[in-house]
Design a protein. Sequence first.
Length: 388
Amino acid sequence: MTMTNWKMWMWGGIPVLLLITIVTVISQVGTGVKEQQAAPIEVINFQKITLVDEGFKVSVLNSGPEEVTIAQVIVDNAFWNADFSPSATLDRFEKTTISIPYPWVEGDPHEIKLITSNGLIFSGGVDAAMKTPVPSVNRVMQYALIGFYVGIVPVSLGLLWYPLLRRFTVKGMQAVLAFTVGLLLFLVIDTFEEGLELGREAPAVFQGPGLVWFGAILSFLFLLAIDQAGTSKKREKKNVAFKIAGGIGLHNLGEGLAIGAAFAAGEAALGTFLIIGFTLHNVTEGVGIAAPLLNTQPKWNVFVYLALIAGAPAIVGTWIGGFILNDTLAALFFGIGAGAILQVIYVICKMIAQESSRIQLPTVSWLNFSGVLIGIIAMYATALLVNF
């Protein structure tokens, strides 16, 4: 190592060492302020409530800055015995499972309260009690079939319109691309809303809403960086189709989460309602995926791959929602999906602008504007089938 490199590392390392020293001193010695804390800072998050024949199994997380001890358990306003695994005392970011031998009643709501040794109360519960489904081959296959109906089938049906779309004029193809932008604009807003909702339900320490925004920004920039590599015009349009399928796939992952969570919570009627609604809602997505390929002649297997990329995540989402839903990770995935959709919108808009310039037509013509508007209206109208 030369003298210049040695000095560079020294001047780069000294501030880091000093920072570590200062943080260590503050954490060990304190700030010098001796006043007693007005109230304990304790945070307990209910992560999952599982209903079994023996009662409740409640998984909780200590996301606060201090150690927490759960002193008492209340179920439906009555104190109840409970076993803790591994312990009733939790360090920061430590989890425990509380087994409560309570005779819950199917269909009835139940509320569980945890009282800490400092007297703070944290609540969780179930709206309608039903035995929690356990993973089994039969249940896994049932959820996979649901995801197949919701994701792969409607996207494939939408792709079947490809031969018809190829018969459109240049202006008509531009309008179809604009229609795709309308679809994606609705999806990106919907994805952000669902991600932020899940982020707010996640433990505050993990900053769920922030994860949505960071995931969106980083995925947008990541895909934009990939786009900087030069590709042929034909290859570029094929890549755009796969990007649309990928972005829609991440969105369909979220739809699967909603359906799986509904069935896991015992809301079978809601789950069935969501299946029908999402199936109708997702047919238009196939049109958007096919739009960039109208001037190309892809092989049949390309459409198979596109249908799987866009639709199969609904199967994975149903599994996750039905068995292991995690609000924090779900919020991050929604953010990544929103960023991917935004990047696709950018690429398609650029394609429309370039093609309009080539054929000497306005980029935002009345036909293109109508395409965007119809795309939004189509998604909004079908979304009414799953929103309540």
